[in-house]
Design a protein around this ligand. Structure first.
Ligand code: GAL
Length: 812
């Protein structure tokens, strides 16, 4: 076996302090290669009950000998009838909606997954790729960022492992089974029969897969930890680096750590003393660095530093590893809430699941950032990844854009599996400046028991060992009596139950408190009366389930209590499943401040008014009613006073009390409804609602005019049905048909209608209350993408997107 590989060849020495250093990824012949394994897969549904329809799996002898496992693992297996796909991929989103007799699929988005649906609950994935002969001697890893769920991984016919969690990332060292200088085959059998949660979770390999190659001596997976301590004018960094020696001989290794500031300048470096690392063992290097006048990470300026870790053996660089981190301080205080960099910051948060219109749980990276941008625009500064490990790229967006995170694991338990999942989360995210709290569970049965306390104590011990710098919490909707989990967590998480908060605080005055989950207000975009048959809830701030509250109710309560660190609204975006308060035909939730496409509901502006700090005046509802009726007119505004006019006639001015709205009853007459808002006695903003004409044309608007020709980037195209004068027709439901010319394709459509059973994977969609959305993916070819939208009786529209030359990520 060849060892002492040539991987360090061509790696330039890092510059001395003060000089610019390019990113590791830009350097030739890196010692570590991480190749995207997303492209060129084949997919086929199997069968949960019938081995004949499951490629022979389950006939009985698969595990009797190692090797030769699973028929699709044979190199000559003909997968041409299988569907050609790229990852991320969610097969559930393409299944038809199902009204199951016993309601078993209702809370999961009404897709046919589960024991009753054996023909649509198993998915097979297959991919061939080359490993060059020159890779012999390197360690080769397969890394899965998330597979829903119970994934069986077979590599070159060998059973490698089975991973149950639908959310925790996992990886295998597959070096022993590689065919060098030849084709290799991965087969993944995914069994989505069981659920992890109680909401839509998708099905399949819905996050990235990577092929990682390293030298036998390398930085361990998630093996760096940077803990910064901020002092006036400087910051000390305690850096821990775990290095593994996966070889048969002892290797004298050392670590060279270099810190680059946000502009890419070297600002600190340290070289460790070489240590003999025993065969198949590891060493933990500890270093102290200091950074003068650090550019702190904050919500407004999310400055990111990079730690470049070089591992050297006998003078040669054998590994280079990059860790992104931020320098900032956080603190939870029992009386004054949360502090970032010494300043009080209210956590203005939302909880979210991960699915989006058109794509289910398989979000291209850009959509992660799109969603965080929308939340920031609303004035939110905190995100809770309920109730599971978020996708790494969502976390990248939070780091980059300045969004605090309550980072949640899926299972509150201390079983080996649950701890392994928790460790994967903490190792992956512990250097991220966005993360301020680890959440170890949500509304668990054991939350009020002594057994629960023991479980969480074990989890907390693990977290502390991996990350000494952040507190832990559990989102509790009970168990407030001073026994159980609440006695173990650093920060007490309240889900709903506002009336219990003051009493709890009196008994536990030293424990910081946060509203881990609040509101659950229900509303449907553009709807102004409840309609059970259609599955719609009015968009006024009026409806919440028994355990929830209106926005005004919970936020006024929190706003008056500065000891509460803040709260997380259930939810920022609608998601599939949990169609509370209704059932079929409703297939998605009403909790979102935005719908599944990311179109804001009126409630979004309540939070924008009281959270964002910018002047807001939202007037609703629309002004297309039947003559003579009485309409409730509301404004969400943070101005001092709002005056309402109908067709130029004043209907009176009202003062806006803090954290509330203003409303009028108005006898409807078509025309122009206008609100004028005043601040400090001066006219500050005006908002209009006009009675529109009938639908005349289509309007297309993309979130960005240019996207990258990397095979991964997307444009989010907002489609509106407008009248002759270009005003969105608020009740329009015209079906829009899309065509794409040039280097792009539509990967999904949506409209935010919680009862729509139209397919997401289609090139047509009806508007819902005037709007729908198409998601356009860039191919790996530059040029002009022309998206045309047509509809019977409407003037068509064409949108031109520039698909710009880009270097696709290195892929296998
Ligand atoms: C909470 C739960 C959430 C969601 C929500 C709906 O109790 O934690 O996952 O189900 O209720 O209101």
């Amino acid at each position: 076996m060849k060892t002492g590989m040539a991987a360090s060849v061509g790696v330039p020495r890092l510059a001395e302090a003060g000089q610019d250093v390019p990113a590791v990824s830009a350097q030739p012949a890196p010692s570590r290669e991480r190749l995207l394994l997303d492209f060129g897969w084949r997919f086929q549904l199997g069968h949960a009950d019938d081995p004949e329809r499951d490629f022979g799996f389950g006939r009985g002898s698969e595990f009797s000998k190692s090797g030769g496992m699973l028929i699709p693992s044979r190199l000559n297996f003909d997968d041409s009838p299988w569907q050609a796909i790229d990852l991320p991929h969610d097969w559930a989103v393409a299944l038809p909606f199902e009204k199951s007799a016993n309601g078993s699929v209702t809370s999961h988005g009404s897709k046919p997954l589960g024991r009753s649906f054996p023909a649509t609950s198993i998915g097979w994935y297959r991919k061939l790729f080359d490993v060059p002969a020159s890779d012999l001697g390197r360690r080769i890893w397969l890394e899965f960022d998330g597979v829903y769920r119970d994934a069986m991984i077979v590599f070159n016919g060998h059973f490698i492992g089975r991973h149950m969690s639908g959310y925790a990332p996992f990886r295998y060292d597959v070096t022993d089974w590689v065919s060098y200088g030849a084709k290799n085959v991965i087969v993944v059998r995914v069994d989505a029969t069981q659920n992890d949660g109680w909401f839509y979770e998708g099905a399949g390999i819905y996050r990235h897969v990577w092929l990682l190659k390293t030298h036998p001596v390398h930085v361990a997976h998630g093996g760096t930890l940077v803990v910064s301590e901020v002092r006036p004018g400087s910051s000390t960094l305690a850096v821990t680096t775990e290095v593994e020696n996966h070889s048969d001989r002892s290797q004298a290794g050392r670590v060279v750590s270099t810190v680059l500031d946000p502009a890419g300048k070297v600002v600190a470096s340290a070289t460790a003393v070489p240590v003999a690392i025993a065969p198949w063992s590891g060493n933990e290097f500890k270093q102290q660095l200091s950074v003068d006048k650090p550019a702190l990470w904050s919500l407004e300026n999310p400055n990111l530093y990079r730690l470049l870790t070089k591992v050297e053996v006998a003078g040669a660089v054998v590994d280079q590893y990059e860790t992104t981190f931020g320098i900032r301080s956080i603190r939870f205080d029992a009386d004054q809430g949360f502090f970032l960099n010494g300043a009080s910051v209210r956590l203005l948060g939302t909880c979210n699941h991960q699915d989006h219109a058109g794509v289910g749980s398989a979000l291209p990276d850009r959509i992660q950032a799109f969603r965080i941008e929308k939340l920031k625009e609303m004035g939110s500064n905190a995100y809770r990844s309920s109730h599971n490990h978020p996708t790494a790229e969502l976390m990248d967006a939070c780091d980059r854009l300045g969004m605090l995170v309550m980072d949640e694991t899926r299972t509150m338990d201390s079983s080996p599996q649950a701890l392994e999942e928790l460790e994967a989360l903490v190792r992956r995210d512990r250097n991220r400046p966005s993360v301020v709290l680890w959440s170890l569970g949500n509304e668990e049965r054991e939350q009020g028991s002594e057994r629960g306390a023991r479980i969480v104590a074990t989890m907390k011990r693990l977290v502390r060992r991996l990350d000494p710098s952040r507190p832990v919490t559990v989102a509790q909707n009970g168990g407030y009596a001073g026994v159980g989990v609440s006695t173990v967590v650093d920060v007490m998480g309240f889900n709903y139950n506002e009336p219990q908060i003051d009493g709890y605080r009196q008994k536990h005055p030293k424990q910081p408190l946060v509203g881990s989950e609040t509101a659950s207000t229900v509303s449907t975009r553009g709807i102004y009366a409840n309609d059970k048959d259609k599955g719609y809830v009015s968009a006024y701030d009026l409806n919440a389930p028994r355990w929830g509250a209106t926005a005004e109710k919970w936020w006024k309560f929190y706003a008056e209590r500065p000891f509460l660190a803040g709260g997380f609204v259930w939810t920022g975006f609608d998601y599939r499943g949990e169609p509370t308060p209704y059932g079929w035909p409703c297939i998605n939730s009403h909790f979102g401040l935005m719908d599944v496409c990311g179109f804001p509901k009126d409630l979004y502006y309540y939070y924008q008014a009281w959270w964002s700090g910018k002047p807001v005046l939202r007037l609703f509802p629309h002004w297309n009613w039947t003559e003579g009726g009485e309409v409730d007119v509301w404004c969400h505004s943070n101005l001092d006073r709002v005056e309402l006019f109908l067709n130029g006639q004043s209907l009176g001015a009202k003062d806006v009390a803090r954290n509330t709205h203003v409303e009028w009853k108005v006898k409807y007459a078509p025309g122009v409804l206008e609100a004028v808002g005043y601040k400090d006695g001066k006219r500050a903003l005006a908002a209009k609602r006009e009675t529109t004409g009938s639908p005349a044309r289509i309007d297309l608007r993309a979130d960005r005019p240019r996207i990258s020709a990397d095979g991964e980037d997307v444009a989010m195209v907002e489609v509106s049905v407008v009248d002759e004068q270009g005003r969105v027709v608020p009740t329009a439901s015209n079906e829009i048909v899309f065509e794409v010319a040039g280097p792009g394709r539509i990967i999904g459509v949506g409209n935010g209608d919680p009862s729509s059973h139209e397919p997401d994977k289609a090139s047509r969609r009806s508007a819902f209350n005037g709007l729908c959305m198409a998601i356009v993916l860039a191919l790996k070819q530059d040029g002009e993408i022309r998206l045309t939208a047509k509809s019977t009786g409407l003037a068509p529209a064409t949108l031109v997107l520039q698909c710009e030359k880009a270097t696709p990520r290195p892929a296998a």
